[in-house]
Ligand binder design. Structure first.
Ligand code: ARG
Ligand code: ZN
Length: 873
């Protein structure tokens, strides 16, 4: 049943042109398609039949070269239509009827709030009409949309609008032509009552582009940030990569019901409202940053994804890893590069390292899948971006740019593989990237063990570097990877020492990148005057776990002085993790949960360092997620993890109370709210300070939060205050007031659901079930399901893993209920079981039986089946 990368064969036919006509209506819609096809000379069988993909379609008619085919001339089954006797060149006309109005999968053509929207990646187009629904079939599309003028006044599709008119029965039509060849997954259609924010952009070569953001009329006042982000993205891609936009119009449509973040359909992006709509009183600084990044991501896909696309879905990281890397570089240039980098590393470690260590582990180019939608993963996206970053680290920025230029020169207009990308990088730089290919085929997170040896007599310092990679499902043995190891050596004052490898003529200051390629190898630095502290894996130069036996004093030195912001943060995290581990063990043994003095004073020093970016200080004071701590355990005890984390937070709050109070008052916003890097950084540290102070069970501290909640003129401060309050009884009134104020704002209500789902006081199975009955909740809306159920299952470790197993029963019930509506969404929820084998025995048994119950359910989707069956293997 799984689809295998090694089975790839080219399509038997290619499609040159496709003309689509959509007749949209309330209780059904009709799709007429006219395909101009020809036999693919690259296919091994010159008489192969034509097999088109199609799912949940009602077929009305098939015409081949003008002649209606009767049922004997073609065959259909649940997923395809086959015509055995096909001429080498043909025109095929197919009419199908579909039901967007009952399509709750949000895949294909569906309704939301009365309007029509599409989502075709990866395989949604086959739910619209019979087609060669695979990315290596690229065709020119024209689309005519017919619909009632009053109900659906705005009708959009890819490319340029070339005509419109009115028909009888109060209907109208609009015709679109997309001049670029594209795979079906980039097709889009939108119809409905929408309002537009319009703007313009002139590209560096002088092309005038109309920019349009289409939203529900009530949301028109929340589009300015998205528009500004779009213009910044367009300029950045010209400056950094020489890439310009290529159509006359760039449209973004926001929809409240959407499975993912957004979709890069050619000329007509469709976005989750979460990544478009923002006003300072409804969206937090984190939301603003997310919008900027996702707008950029989808825009950047126009070149990395659309102009050059993927040969098959195993190559997904070709466009996603590369485009995430590009959006990360953009965000780094827009704000603080170190803060951006540390946040990316936190995401990778918390989510991707977990995936790499669990039953769904796969390389960034998977070798097989049951349901491709399950492979839009943190591994393909975020680890994929790290792999792209490593090219740049090895080749340098200019070398990377040369590789990109060659990639577009060779492959514009083509559907290609990750190997083609790697070849462009290698050839443009005359650099051997053969071993580097293992990053695409080996799953699992490598560990880099480094040991240092100082030879005082020779004034030399030798680093011995060895690498290992754990076994993952289906992959027992791993070969050494090509790993860029960026490093510096710190002197006793914490300053960088000049670096000179044995055999080199001169020393160079700053960071250098070693190319680690063997299972074990050593590097000797000469003219090292004192025993140094190595500053390793600077800027997180590879997606690996680092193992170096740092002393506490060395960590403290790095925390205070390392010139690399990532390593500075990392030293703090290492110390924090060591102490959290001690606390977890103490909690399991029922012992005292006190903090170590050197840790407290290192944190005090961080908090007192005025020279540090407040955003960096905030990150240094942020504790790792409960789930990340869970992943460090050989056997997970959720209650001990919660107790340890709370103890550290409370211990720091008590020890540093006056420092936190001082920071909190020093960083109050002066004047009205502003969204700029400095204000965002100040708010982030101020609110971290508040989160510590709110741990102290004291009326005066809760009053601080209550005051901030009452006075806040922006959602960042308002949400932060509410977060501090919800763990206490005082939060009830605030929560009620919040819900009353924001009842009409779906995205704000999502925050309200999440806060309660992850609160240590409210986040229980019973409370979550009760909230599912709230009028603002809907099981059909992915944002709501993620905000309440997803947050509880994935982010509330002690709540989900309630000792009585109620969390597991709830998860199984909800996964089955959602699976009937939206399999993609259900499969995401099912990921909550991925750690089950590491739980303590009682919970392990509970999780196993819940998993078995889901697996045994009749009519399970392919999506959920894949996740639960891999868990049970
Ligand atoms: N290509 C989109 C993006 O990353 C995501 C589409 C995901 N779709 C899906 N069915 N999983 O921007
Ligand atoms: Zn993407």
């Amino acid at each position: 049943q799984p689809i295998q990368l090694k089975d790839y064969t080219p399509p038997a036919f290619l499609i040159d042109k496709v003309d689509l006509t959509f007749d949209l209506d309330e209780d059904h819609s009709r799709v007429s398609s006219r395909l101009v096809l020809h036999r693919n000379p690259d296919h091994p069988d010159a008489r192969a039949p034509l097999t088109l993909d199609g799912k949940e379609l009602t077929l009305e008619s098939v015409k081949l070269d003008g002649e209606i085919l009767d049922g004997s001339r073609y065959q259909t089954d649940a997923e395809s239509l086959t015509i055995a006797a096909m001429p080498d060149n043909a025109i095929l006309e197919i009419v199908t009827v579909i039901h967007p109005e009952t399509n709750t999968s949000l895949n294909g053509l569906y309704r939301s709030g009365g309007n029509f929207y599409t989502q075709c990646e990866a395989e949604g187009f086959r739910k619209i009409t019979y087609y060669l629904d695979r990315p290596d079939v690229m065709a020119r599309f024209t689309t005519t949309i017919v619909a009632d003028k009053n109900k659906w006044p705005v009708l959009l599709s890819n490319g340029n609008r070339v005509g419109e008119g009115t028909l009888d029965r109060n209907r109208h039509w609009v015709k679109w032509v997309d001049p670029f060849k594209k795979p079906a997954y980039l097709f889009a259609l939108v119809g409905g009552k929408l309002s537009r924010l319009a703007d313009r952009y002139t590209t560096s070569s002088g092309r005038e582009v109309a920019l349009e953001i289409w939203v529900e009329p009530a949301d028109l006042d929340k589009c300015d940030h998205a528009m500004a982000s779009l213009k910044k993205s367009m300029l950045w891609d010209e400056q950094r990569f020489g890439l310009e936009y290529d159509l006359d119009t760039y449209m973004i449509v926001a929809v409240g019901d959407f499975n993912m973040g957004a979709m890069e359909n050619k000329g007509l992006n469709i976005f989750n409202t979460k990544y478009v709509l923002a006003r300072s009183d409804t969206a937090t600084d984190v939301d603003f940053d997310g919008i900027e990044a996702v707008i950029a991501h989808e825009y950047f896909h126009n070149w990395t994804g659309n102009r050059v696309t993927c040969r098959d879905w195993f190559q997904l990281s070709l466009k996603e890893g590369l485009t995430v890397f590009r959006d990360q570089e953009f965000s780094a240039d827009m704000g603080s590069a170190p803060v951006q980098r540390i946040e990316a590393v936190r995401t990778l470690r918390t989510h991707q390292f977990a995936e790499d260590a669990g039953p769904m582990a796969h390389p960034i180019r998977p070798e097989s899948y049951i349901e491709i939608n399950n492979f839009y993963t943190v591994t393909v996206y975020e680890k994929g971006a790290e792999v792209v970053r490593m090219y740049q680290t090895l080749l340098g920025r200019d070398g990377f740019r040369r590789g990109m230029d060659l990639y577009f020169k060779r492959h514009d207009g083509q559907a290609v593989t990750c190997d083609d990308f790697r070849a462009a990088m290698a050839d443009a730089n005359d650099y051997d990237l053969n071993q580097f290919a293992r990053w695409y085929s080996q799953a699992g997170t490598p560990t880099l063990s480094v040991r240092g040896q100082y030879d005082a007599a020779a004034a030399s310092y030798t680093l011995t570097v060895s690498q290992t990679c754990p076994a993952t499902p289906g992959q027992g043995e791993k070969l050494p990877m090509h790993i860029p190891l960026a490093l510096g050596l710190l002197g006793p004052d914490g300053a960088d020492l000049p670096l000179q490898l044995a055999g080199e003529q001169e020393a160079l200051a700053g960071t250098r990148v070693l190319s680690v390629q063997e299972a074990s190898q050593s590097f000797t630095f000469i003219n090292v005057p004192v025993a140094p502290v190595p500053s390793l894996l600077r800027n997180f130069s590879a997606p690996v776990k680092l193992d170096f036996p740092y002393s506490r004093a060395q960590l403290a030195l790095q925390m205070a002085h390392d010139s690399d912001a990532f390593c500075r943060w990392e030293a703090g995290q290492t110390m924090m993790l060591q102490d959290l581990q001690t606390l977890i063990e103490a909690a399991r043994a029922g012992g005292e949960l006190g903090l170590k003095d050197d840790f407290v004073s290192a944190m005090r020093q961080v908090l007192a360092d005025d020279a540090l970016d407040p955003a960096l200080v905030a990150l240094m004071l942020t504790l790792p997620a409960e789930t990340y701590l869970a992943d460090q355990q050989s056997e997970i005890d959720p209650d001990a993890i919660r107790a340890a984390r709370e103890a550290m937070k409370l211990g720091l709050a008590r020890a540093l109370r006056s420092e936190f109070k001082a920071v909190y008052s020093r960083l109050q916003d002066q004047g009205a709210y502003r969204f700029d890097a400095q204000s965002v950084a100040r708010r982030s540290l101020k609110n971290v300070a508040l989160s510590y102070l709110a741990e102290l069970d004291e009326p005066a501290m809760l009053e601080l939060a209550e005051q901030q909640f009452a006075r806040a003129d922006n959602m960042t401060d308002s949400q932060a205050a509410l977060t501090g309050l919800v763990n206490w009884a005082e939060g009830d009134a605030a929560l009620a007031g919040f819900a009353a104020k924001w009842a009409e704002e779906a995205l704000v209500m999502d925050k309200w659901f999440t806060l309660q789902a992850i609160s240590r006081r409210l986040g229980t199975v019973a409370k979550v079930k009760a909230l599912m009955q709230h009028p603002a909740f809907a099981l059909t809306n992915p944002n709501k399901v993620r905000a309440l159920v997803g947050a509880f299952l994935h982010s509330n470790l002690a709540g989900f893993h309630a000792a009585d197993g109620s969390g597991y029963e709830f998860a199984a019930d909800t996964i089955l209920a959602v699976d009937k509506l939206n399999p993609q969404m259900a499969a995401r929820l099912a990921g909550c079981f991925n750690r089950w084998k590491k739980l303590e025995p009682g919970r392990r048994a509970g999780m196993r039986s819940a998993l078995e119950r889901v697996a045994a359910h009749a009519g399970l989707s392919r999506d959920v089946y894949e996740i639960v069956s891999k868990n049970l293997q």
